[in-house]
Ligand binder design. Structure first.
Ligand code: SAM
Length: 442
């Protein structure tokens, strides 16, 4: 792949790195590092990622992405350096967080994990096909505090002035840091790409600034080495936003400088990445005057009290709901438990609103797949590996031994991981794994 690297890119890197250029250049002979971020316990035999306590390096030729455990959301395969920005932002449980450029969802699901699935996590992606993948990854990883929007940032900024505690702007960029991992990106690069990208990146940061509350924090990140898109964008932003300053911090020994940190493949075990931590001053913003109300007690999309009670009692028959808060609302003909009112998003396209609970078909409550992934089920039928493969492929299964025949819906599991719903019909388990997710893993 070294021969594919554009001469203009190499000249730029030589100027940037000086005597370190040769070390950098040599890394293009190596395979890129791979990693997975685990949700339930860490495999002790794998090396930990220094900046993400829940993640481990995995072998380059690992087939973990094709496993039942992957389908069940036990882990997310994520480029190691890409795990830095969410840790730099370090959202707290119960905060209101926006991931402005969120697809496919590596950092969004990482943010949810750091937030312990509490608070409000708005994950946005303007490209419809990518937003669908984002929504599906949110569901696979059992995230219940997320809202998935498909919007351009300008429209979001109008709805949410001064609203979020923390915002991640993982901006689309020229991708120079990913040349080794995804050589196909090289063909899309030209000497003009960084300037074009920088204009869009500045617009994204402007929108983020409007949506951040006073004293809130933004992490701006890219996967490029280019100074125009990194320090250049930050410099322009600071000069046009005097209410912001960079903040220095340390993550497990890694220090930022003027708020910024750079990863190169010759300095860390990972690809190229840039991140910068910014803080908005405490001053009262003029935007406060237009702040969308968040104090509303009941959404107009909340069903009548009796219906809410019925939905919750159906849900409680199926899963343990104790630890999760929010309001039951009707969203796209389904009941959801959302940390935020649906009317907050008027005019914004929504793909997901909190935890999708299910819907009634006649008198029967059909639980949503997301419910099986997010909360512990009351009735679980463990499957053998063979049957787990068959379930994920969409096949109907026979019940091996089960004394819960009166319960219609059960969760089938593999090695303690919930796979999804099945309905007991006589001595058969009718498959309720969503059709769009079914696949042959063997
Ligand atoms: N944060 C993601 C993750 O960790 O999985 C990766 C984000 S990727 C670097 C940038 C994303 O921004 C892409 O999915 C791209 O479609 C999206 N994007 C493109 N134009 C955008 C815009 N104007 N506003 C917001 N996002 C945009």
């Amino acid at each position: 792949m070294i021969e594919q690297l554009p001469q203009a890119f190499l000249n730029q890197m030589r100027a940037l790195l000086g005597p370190n250029f040769d070390n950098f250049f040599l890394t293009y002979q190596d395979e890129p590092a791979r990693a997975a971020r685990f949700q339930y316990g860490q495999p002790e035999n794998l090396e930990q990622i220094p900046w993400e306590e829940n993640a481990r390096y995995i072998p380059f030729d690992s087939s973990l992405g094709q496993s039942i455990e992957h389908e069940a959301g036990a882990f997310y395969i994520q480029e190691p350096s890409a795990m830095l920005p969410a840790r730099l932002l370090s959202p707290k449980a119960s905060e209101k967080v926006l991931d402005l450029c969120a697809a496919p969802g590596g950092k969004a699901t990482q943010l949810a994990q750091i937030m312990q699935n509490t608070g409000v996590l708005v994950c946005n992606e303007p490209i419809v096909s990518r937003a669908k993948i984002l929504s599906s990854n949110i569901e696979r990883m059992g995230v219940s505090c997320a809202i998935v929007t498909q919007s351009y940032p300008e429209a979001l900024a109008q709805r949410f002035p001064d609203y979020f505690d923390k915002i991640l702007v993982d901006a689309p960029c020229s991708g120079e840091g990913m040349f080794r991992k995804n050589p196909e990106v090289i063909g899309e690069w030209s000497q003009n790409s960084p300037e074009t990208c920088a204009r869009r990146q500045s617009d994204l940061l402007d929108c983020a600034a409007q949506m951040l509350r006073p004293s809130g924090k933004i992490v701006y990140s890219t996967c490029t080495f280019n100074e125009i898109e990194n320090e250049g964008v930050i410099k322009d932003f600071l000069s046009s936003h005097p209410e912001f300053a960079t903040v220095d911090t340390v993550i497990n020994g890694l220090k930022t400088s003027k708020g910024c940190i750079r990863f190169y493949p010759h300095t860390v075990k990972g690809e190229g990445h840039f991140a910068c931590l910014l803080e908005k001053s405490k001053l009262i913003s003029a935007n406060n005057l237009q702040l969308v109300s968040t104090t509303k007690k009941t959404s107009k999309y909340a069903p009548p009290h009796e219906k809410t009670t019925k939905v919750l009692s159906e849900v409680k028959r199926l899963v343990r709901l104790e630890k999760i808060g929010g309001q039951v609302q009707l969203f796209q003909n389904s009941y959801v438990l959302s940390p935020i009112e649906l009317e907050m998003f008027e005019g914004i396209k929504l793909l997901r609103l909190g935890l999708h609970l299910g819907k009634f078909k006649g008198k029967t409550f059909i639980p949503d797949h997301a419910l099986a992934r997010a909360l512990p089920a009351k009735h679980i039928i463990p499957l053998s590996k063979e049957d787990a493969y068959r379930y994920l492929y969409g096949e109907e299964l026979g019940i091996i031994s089960c004394n819960i025949s009166k319960v219609q819906f059960v969760v089938v599991s593999y090695q303690g991981l919930p796979l999804g719903w099945a309905k007991i019909v006589g001595d058969r388990l009718k498959n309720h794994y969503p059709k769009g997710l079914r696949k042959a893993l063997r």
